[in-house]
Design a protein around this ligand. Structure first.
Ligand code: PBG
Length: 332
């Protein structure tokens, strides 16, 4: 490469003399188009409600979420990912409510898409908001049974597609689910429904605040998702996961969590050259936001953390800070 560059012929500070120069040579950038806002919708709620472990993030009622979607569009956020907090009385061991065509999430998707067809809606495919044990699949002898779960995920996917979801995002980490869902979508003539696979999803403690937000934490208790989510120690395995999901019909793959897994984002993007998203998960968001709100960290750390995703190779980022960052970068 460049090798004999010596001082003072070479002064790297020349290109840092002012912000115009810095911007001119910047290697990565972030725009509103790269940001996806996750939203929590809660049943039997009036208006909105704060989430204890997620500063400045709200749960919305079916009605109030409509105003929020409009506000997001006004902030140039054009893609949302919806998560339901369903009534505990509706949770059971089979996650039956997930297959109710007029459940909270299906009704919300229909409403949002009919008012704002231009908003892209991502719907999560997994059973954890619906099961009384808090797992993403069905239990058999206290073990999450892969193949039994596939059947349910397939039906869940079809009703979400029917409700108008543009993108289905299986976040459950069962083996074979992308293939089964893709085939079901083709057969039902949902040929353009996009599959965003949570392909490399790690068994992470950074999901803690999310589980509070959808109130699955108490259901899960001390049980762990280690028999289906990936071990944080592994990297080659991420390549296997992603390769399989692409072959089975995923249009976009995702790495999750984000900041502690930037090496994985970079590896996946460089290896496969396919659309690759990353999720700045609840715990990552909360630790930054809490420190910002306390005045311990400058508020720019949020943007800095998101730029690191772009630098690593992420095409888009799911982040709870999507709206505020979009506002910020459009003012700057
Ligand atoms: C569950 C799901 C989780 C998240 C998205 N979908 C949590 C989990 O796997 O327990 C986490 C998102 C976050 O922490 O922000 N299917």
């Amino acid at each position: 490469m460049f090798i004999n560059r010596k001082f003072p012929t070479s002064r790297l500070r020349r290109l840092r003399a002012n912000s115009t120069l810095i911007d001119l040579v910047s290697e990565s950038s972030i725009s509103s188009n790269d940001l996806i806002q996750p939203l929590f919708i809660k049943e039997n709620l009036k208006g909105t409600e704060a989430i204890n472990s997620m500063p400045d993030i709200l749960r919305y009622s079916k009605e109030s979420v409509i105003d929020e979607v409009e506000d997001l569009l006004d902030h140039n956020i054009n893609t949302i990912a919806l998560f339901p907090a369903i009534d505990s009385s509706k949770k059971d061991s089979d996650g039956t409510e997930a297959l109710n065509k007029s459940n909270l999430i299906c009704e919300s998707i229909q409403k949002i898409k009919s008012k704002f067809p231009e908003m892209l809606v991502i719907a999560d495919v997994a059973l954890d908001p619906y099961t009384d044990h808090g797992h993403d699949g069905l239990l058999k002898n206290n073990y999450v049974d892969n193949d039994l779960t596939l059947d349910v995920l397939k039906s869940q996917s079809l009703i979400l597609a029917e409700s108008g979801a543009d993108i289905l995002a299986p976040s459950d980490m069962m083996d074979g689910r992308i293939g089964i869902i893709r085939e079901a979508l083709e057969n039902a003539d949902y040929k353009n429904t996009i599959l965003l696979s949570y392909a490399a999803k790690y068994n992470s403690k950074f999901y803690g605040p999310f589980r509070d937000a959808v109130s699955s934490a108490s259901n899960l208790g001390t049980s762990s998702k280690s028999s289906y989510q990936m071990s944080p120690t592994n990297k080659d395995e991420a390549i296997h996961e992603v390769a399989i999901d692409i072959n089975e019909g995923a249009d976009i793959v995702m790495v999750k969590p984000g900041m502690p897994y930037l090496d994985i984002i970079s590896l996946i993007k460089n290896t496969f050259k396919v659309p690759t998203f990353a999720y700045q998960v609840s715990g990552e968001y909360s630790m930054l936001k809490l420190a910002i709100n306390k005045g311990w960290l400058h508020s720019d750390v949020m943007l800095e953390s998101l730029v690191s995703f772009k630098r690593a190779g992420a095409d888009a980022i799911l982040t709870y800070a999507a709206k505020e960052i979009s506002r910020e970068i459009n003012i700057k």
